[in-house]
Write a protein that binds this ligand. Structure first.
Ligand SMILES: Nc1nc2c(ncn2[C@@H]2O[C@H](COP(=O)(O)OP(=O)(O)OP(=O)(O)O)[C@@H](O)[C@H]2O)c(=O)[nH]1
Length: 306
């Protein structure tokens, strides 16, 4: 279309809990008046990431119940067209789920009609330094590798500035051909680092297709409040098999207050949420081999009893 403005698109990828939402929120806080639309793909039907971004972005759309690298590719394209049709943002940021292979998302975004209106500028991958240093097996994880190799830029998260092991992380990422690396000194990539880069892309089949069957997910909601010690007991029981858990909680001990629960590996936090959501809604994810959703649901359901 003559005179059509092409909106830049940034895809944010990275393993479960690597810090994608945190990075996007930080980016939005530094938007300098730019109108940014965010499209967030959570792996479950409860849209936690969309809720976490809502207050910071001009428009946030959650894509649920599937993965945008495969089953939701069509939904992503339709959503992009809707966003472009109604608001003409300055930038579209897409957060892939932590189980997505970015190659599948990139393939969808290369749709020639869409590309004229919204062109993918860069793919940035969040690499959780605590995770790779704490669990060196992550370097050989095929999905993690697909996320790193499928990106143009790397942003490190959970960095302790001055940590002598950072040079090892940098060297290993460089050996995978991944540069530049942001965050070695704790800093974050700017919007200007993410757009305007000319990256040559080729459409092709996604490299890894292990994502859907590899993980098991539990979604649990409860209209009322739960007891904190009993909730902690359930999480402690499940923790060895969990890769990621997140959600909103209401506790009997703190009536009327919504809390945000986050767990990545063995590290958990429970902090006041900025949203006011009644009851509890949680998403738990683990490797299908080892994590039993029905057993987890039974433990969680027992929390309703008091
Ligand atoms: N200390 C520290 N914590 C971080 C950093 N980035 C993220 N976190 C924490 O890590 C947890 C997961 O962060 P998110 O931003 O939700 O991660 P995500 O990649 O969006 O998670 P999924 O979408 O579930 O895959 C949260 O408790 C964050 O507060 C960081 O740079 N430093």
């Amino acid at each position: 279309m003559p005179g059509q403005v092409t909106v830049p698109v940034v895809l944010v990828t990275g393993f479960l809990g690597a810090g994608k939402t945190t990075f996007i929120n930080d980016l939005l806080a530094r938007a300098d008046g730019r109108k940014i639309a965010s499209i967030v793909n959570d792996f479950g039907s409860i849209n936690i990431d969309a809720a976490l971004l809502e207050s910071r972005t001009d428009e946030v759309i959650g894509l649920r119940n599937g993965c945008i690298c495969c089953s939701l590719q069509g939904d992503l394209l339709r959503t992009m067209k809707t966003v472009l049709g109604k608001s003409a943002p300055d930038l579209i940021v897409i957060e892939a789920s932590g189980i997505a292979d970015p190659a599948g998302v990139v393939q969808g975004l290369m749709d020639p009609v869409l590309f004229r209106a919204a062109a993918l500028d860069s793919v940035i991958c969040l690499v959780d330094v605590e995770d790779v240093l704490g669990d060196p097996a992550r370097w050989n994880d095929p999905l993690w590798q697909a996320q790193v190799r499928g990106s143009d830029l790397i942003q490190l998260s959970k960095v302790t500035p001055g940590d002598a092991r950072l040079s090892e992380v940098e060297t290993r990422l460089a050996a995978m051909g991944r540069k530049p690396v942001f965050g070695l000194d704790g800093s974050a990539a700017e919007i200007g680092d993410l757009i305007g880069a000319t990256v040559t892309r080729q459409s092709g089949a996604p490299s890894a297709r292990t994502t859907q069957s590899r993980f098991a997910t539990v979604e649990w909601t409860c209209p009322g409040a739960v007891s904190l010690p009993r909730f902690q007991g359930v999480i402690q029981t499940l923790a060895p098999k969990l890769l990621r858990a997140k959600g909103f909680l209401t506790l009997r001990e703190k009536p009327g207050q919504t809390l945000l629960f986050q767990m990545v590996g063995r590290r958990a936090s429970l902090v006041p949420a900025t949203q006011d959501l009644p009851g509890c809604s949680l998403v738990l994810i683990g490797e299908a081999e080892g994590f039993e959703p029905n057993a987890a649901l039974r433990l969680l359901d027992a929390l309703r009893a008091g």
